[in-house]
Write a protein that binds this ligand. Structure first.
Ligand code: SF4
Length: 209
């Protein structure tokens, strides 16, 4: 008997989108387990663990249950790195249930679905982006780490079409990161880089998930 499609899941929950252009929108987050990077500043290290095996039916049933409680049109497939797993069967099921799909990726893996909204967050030290991600990103988030500089911002900016917004997102609630984000924002504006926006993580400010 064929195995049903199974995904390794870290958690599923409802919240407001905390980052980027969809910030504040009601969203069901499906956090897939596992990541191919090990960023020191990662705020979801718990998602590196193996996760719980769930069938597509189980995941979709959880999303439907949440939808019965909250008015929500969007599902965000995040991680960890969601593109380490085959997302097509889940995306199909969620779309049939009427959801729009956002994917949040670190940009190192080829896309295995075409989401309605693609968020790419390339990571240091090399800020690598696959050709798919360069071509299809709707937005790019750069975490303002101690190492991020105008050179890296310029490099990422040049890899993307001018219509893609590039968000400068403080690494944490730490004041140095907010100060640095502002300084980089000023430098990017002086350098004439287009589509650079100052940003923040709403869920950290509100202290919600
Ligand atoms: S890519 Fe994202 S999930 Fe993976 S280690 Fe880095 S910050 Fe964490």
């Amino acid at each position: 008997m064929p195995q049903p499609p199974i995904l390794k899941v870290s958690e599923i929950f409802f919240s407001a989108a905390g980052e980027g252009g969809r910030q504040g929108e009601p969203t069901i987050f499906i956090r897939l387990a596992g990541c191919n990077l090990r960023c020191s500043f990662c705020d979801t290290k718990y998602a590196w663990k193996v996760g719980r095996e769930m069938t597509i039916e189980e995941i979709s049933a959880r999303a439907d249950k949440i939808k019965k409680k909250f008015r929500v049109d969007w599902v965000c497939l995040t991680g960890g790195e969601p593109l380490l797993q085959e997302l097509k069967p889940l995306a199909l099921k969620l779309r049939r249930a009427g959801f729009k799909i956002q994917v949040e990726t670190n940009g190192t893996r080829p896309l295995n679905i075409k989401p309605d909204w693609l968020t790419v967050s390339p990571k240091p030290p090399d800020y690598r982006l696959t050709a798919d991600c360069r071509r299809l990103a709707d937005e790019v988030k750069l975490v303002v780490t101690r190492r991020l500089g105008l050179r890296e911002i310029r490099r990422v900016r040049q890899a993307l079409s001018g219509s893609v917004t590039l968000f400068l997102q403080p690494q944490s609630a730490a004041s140095w990161s907010y100060k640095k984000a502002w300084q980089l924002y000023l430098q990017a504006a002086r350098a004439g880089l287009c589509g650079v926006r100052l940003s923040c993580q709403l869920h950290k400010i509100y202290r919600i998930k």
